[in-house]
Design a binder for this molecule. Structure first.
Ligand code: UDP
Length: 478
């Protein structure tokens, strides 16, 4: 009988999207896959699952979606808010944590009814470790970030180098790493500095009963940190990414994550009119928001830089509420730029030959997707672990330029402003010519080639996936 795995993705696009990709990879390897999620989240993933099921060869299992009721009345989460994308603040509220914890009992019942051989759970469901323990099956944890980020975060939690500085903005060096990595306390998220309390403590403690960690990364990208992580953790680690590469078909790319807020064909034909590698793509993930004043400065910077762009903004307001006067006529109508208000078909855009640079908030998926596309990046981290990924892109891989922000906060009012002039300067530097820009571009291109090789038959991630499946099969027969 084939291996059967339960997947439990966290209810936010940056966690759910890669986990659905991961589930598709397992299904393609002949594993029986069941994805468990709440009813309100099913419409987001159903199109992707339908495409995967329709294209699968007859011998393969169909991916199954199993719904869970979202506990609105018991948790106090407002109706229609089953995913972090529905909230204006990207932080996880206490009510949302309550709802997540209330899923434990129904999930346990499902696991008892279906008897999977393994649970692959997002890190934010710490209780899946005791369920797996009770059912005597392995729990694998999906962290969602990369190996550099996870390793550096563990070192900082352990050594607390931020305690030895005089101010939040004074840089400290993280000791014991293969590269010189400097950060400031103001760049650290709460779950690093307050790791020993509440929900974050529970997620860390769950590791004691966790069999292994599945990373969306590939060895060639961050091998030093993969080795470091394997030494630091008391569990097995597999790197099986970049999982986004499992969406090579245009239809897959268009359906991924959510319904695009732009006509994809219009977007592609606009890109077709641009010179190769001339367009800057700007997106701050699924949750990144800015004040009107900051959006205005970004618009001014883009206009002044004179490079074509596609800019994704996550705002319900009319563009006229914050766009500089005349911007639409001067820039948009003239065909120099496209603004997407809402959900962008990110993979489709990044992989178009006209795109030559990516301004990103350094969410891990975006970092990897930019890497796969072989693009140099402008790093503008906002919150969570994004300041760590910035260091990997800028200091270790040397394929990015930092915009230079220092404040990690989910609240756009608390972050420092970056002025249009500074934005123009960095955009010109990234998209322009010269030794440094060309070197950055060349390194990014090489990494893109390595990323593709990693997931091909015989590549490092392909092989690690084989090892993982063999490991799970051997546990079952033990
Ligand atoms: N994404 C997308 N369109 C958007 C915004 C995001 O397709 O308009 C996808 C992006 O390709 C990535 C994920 O959503 O796969 C965002 O994850 P990431 O880790 O980059 O950032 P987060 O949203 O978690 O901050």
């Amino acid at each position: 009988m084939d291996l059967h795995i339960f997947f439990l993705p966290f209810l936010a696009p940056g966690h759910m999207i890669p986990m659905i990709d991961l589930a598709k990879i397992f299904a393609d390897r002949g594993v029986k896959v069941s994805i468990v999620t709440t009813t309100g989240n099913i419409p987001r993933i159903q199109p992707t699952i339908d495409l995967a099921n329709n294209s699968c060869h007859s011998s393969r299992h169909h991916i199954q979606l199993i719904p869970l009721h979202f506990p609105y009345s018991e948790s106090g989460v407002p109706k229609g808010h089953e995913n972090l994308i529905n909230f204006s603040d990207p932080g996880i509220s206490p009510e949302f944590i309550t709802a997540i914890n209330l899923l434990e009992a129904p999930f346990m019942q499902l696991a008892k009814d279906h008897r999977p051989d393994c649970i692959i759970s997002d890190i934010f469901y710490p209780w899946t470790s005791s369920i797996a323990h009770e059912l005597r099956i392995p729990r694998l944890v999906f962290h969602g970030s990369g190996m550099f980020t996870y390793a550096v975060m563990c070192v900082i939690k352990d050594l607390k180098p931020y305690e030895g500085v005089n101010s939040d903005r004074q840089p400290f060096v993280v000791q014991g790493l293969p590269h010189r990595i400097e950060m400031t306390r103001s760049q650290l998220p709460e779950f690093v500095t307050e790791a020993r309390t509440g929900f974050f403590k529970e997620t860390d403690d769950a590791h004691d009963m966790t069999y292994g960690m599945v990373m969306n990364s590939f060895n060639e990208l961050e091998s030093d940190y993969a080795n470091l992580l394997k030494k630091m953790l008391s569990m097995k680690v597999w790197h099986v990414g970049p999982v986004s590469l499992f969406n090579q078909d245009v239809n897959d790319e268009m359906a991924r994550g959510d319904k695009a807020s732009i006509d994809c064909n219009h977007c592609l034909s606009w890109l077709d009119t641009k010179k190769p590698r001339s367009v800057l793509y700007i997106c701050f993930g699924s949750l990144g928001r800015f004040t009107h004043a900051q959006l205005q400065e970004i618009a001014l910077g883009l206009e002044a830089s004179e490079h074509p762009f596609i800019w994704v903004v996550r705002y319900n307001d009319e563009l006229s509420a914050w766009l500089p006067e005349g911007f639409e006529n001067r820039v948009i109508s003239e065909g120099r730029g496209v603004i997407i208000s809402g959900w962008a078909p990110q993979l489709l855009i990044l992989n178009h030959p006209a795109v030559g640079g990516f301004m990103t908030h350094c969410g891990w998926n975006s970092c990897l997707e930019g890497t796969v596309a072989g693009l140099p990046m402008i790093t503008w981290p906002l919150f969570a672990e994004q300041f760590f990924s910035e260091r990997l892109i800028v200091d270790v891989l040397r394929i990015g330029i930092a915009i230079g922000v220092k404040v990690c906060s989910g609240n756009e009012e608390e972050r420092e402003m970056v002025m249009g002039e500074g934005i123009k300067k960095v955009v010109d530097e990234l998209m322009g010519n010269g030794e440094e820009a060309d070197g950055r571009r060349e390194r990014a291109k090489e990494l893109g080639v390595m990323a593709r090789r990693a997931v091909e038959v015989g590549g490092s991630s392909y092989n690690d996936m084989s090892h993982l499946i063999e490991d799970l099969l051997s546990l079952r027969s033990a």
